[in-house]
Ligand binder design. Sequence first.
Ligand code: FE2
Length: 592
Amino acid sequence: MNLSSTYLLFLSLLLVAPNALNSFTFVTKSFSSEHERSLSRTYSTSTRTDIAITENTSILTSTPEYRASKAKQTWSRVALQPTVNKKKDILLDDKSTIVYNQNLFDDFTSIKGTYYMNGLSSCQIGDRLCHPFEAHGYCKSLVFDGEGRMSYTSRIVETPLTKKERQQNKLLNRGVMSSVANMDSVWGNIQNSFSSKDRDTANLTADLWPPPGTNADKIDPVLITCTDNGEPYALDPKTLETKGLLSDVIPKLALVFPAGTTCLAHTRVDEERNRFIMCINSMVVPGENFKGNTIMEFVEFDTNFDVVSRREYSTRFMVFHDWALTQNYYVVPKNPAYLRWPNIVKFATGQGLGTDVFAMEEETNGEFILIPRHDTNENVHEVQSDSFFNCFHFGPSFENKDENELTINACIFDKYTFGGEMGFCGKTQNFDPIAWGSSDMAPPPGLDQFVIDMNSFQIKRRVRVPVIPVDMPNFNGDAKPCKYTYFLGASRQEGWFPFCQIVRLDMETFESYVYDAGDDQVVSEPMFIPRPSPSSEDDGFIISIVLNAKDKNSKLVVWDSQTFDSGPIAEVPFDDLMPWCVHGSFYPEYNP
Ligand SMILES: [Fe+2]
């Protein structure tokens, strides 16, 4: 086996695959799913060390071992839930719907639009488990007709590998975080070493482009799904049927995405300019001084899917999963990492996982790379922070021209060790989320607010926001100031995953409210839906799919964003347990 080509193959896959989901341990103001106020504590201070303590009464009556066991059971059941294609029409005001505020819920049911969510299929493929981030994609849509009806569709994203593995009912490609055979035997090592590292499962994001009715070339909207370091796939927005690679469905994109071109899953939208922006990424190995390099290229599309601009940048070896968009910059977290060459041999010979091949370089400070979007003569700025960080997801990021500042809100790990993401051990095939989230490998992340001086391009302020551990932020649009952000949260006394809370945070006062879904529950990314004629930035609704592992069902939980602190306004039940949803998007007035 040619090792150097092997390295190139899997390292190109490795670059950003390990998406991490994270959190910490404390609560501000909390409401259980039964609407009982379990504690109330509000924080408005802003020092980096000011971290509050959880006082959730439910955890005072059980032992840490019991809680770890429950979390393991809860997450295993969600991750291994069998996945099938479904279609069902649901009356929002059916008698099974629990309505807490009829007037506000009537407002919600009058909203027309479509919510797309991508996420994970079952992690069990045949008799073997794969890592959750390498499970097949499972895309869902909720189509709200504005007259009280919701149409639910779910469908497996059928990439070539997914089709093959489903036909054979067998895990065929090991990917980076999984293995096709146990590693404790020579035969297992041989099977792993000859297995492909390619798992193009398109399982993380779902974005619609062009916006319905906006394009001059009459290109129908395409639902774009992608995983990290993968090729983007196109789905039918109505049926969710996989139509093929995006570059096959929109042929002119073959010039932008030649065969084998890989992208980050996360995309961004500039609503003001009506642009859709994707990030092509690649890894150069061995790179400068055998330390590797990272190359990123941002491509902006107009509503005809024509390229408006593209800009490439190369830097040292780093990992990233998400990026932010401001009015004039692409913001990239330069999370420093290094190659572990000895482990490359172990991986190539089937004795190790791909996640062992690199590690965070914790003695190096994290940076933000600001890449100019419009002025090709402007240099790229690398803005150094005061400590190491590993950032996977961004909150609102925007420029304030009056103050000449650029603000970045980012979910930050102060330290991080790859391997064991989402509590899954690729070697033992076991889920143990609390053991992982309570270890030094994955300490819960904090939310940091960075303010960059746009004269000097240095950080003039960095504040650790006093909120519970949060990740997966959702807010009202890119490249503009947003006062409110919604997160997944996890205020557990030990560990932090799986997520069981939804958090509303005021980014100016740092006041936050926490909705606790309770034991046995896993929450999905919150989605903000604006009212048709909003009176303010935060005039709208929040929805999240809450999974009940114990009862094996799910529900759509709905809040009015401005009364979030009063609890949900309604809960709409699904009759089965949905697999975990990762990232989604909402399109007002659109019914495919
Ligand atoms: Fe993500």
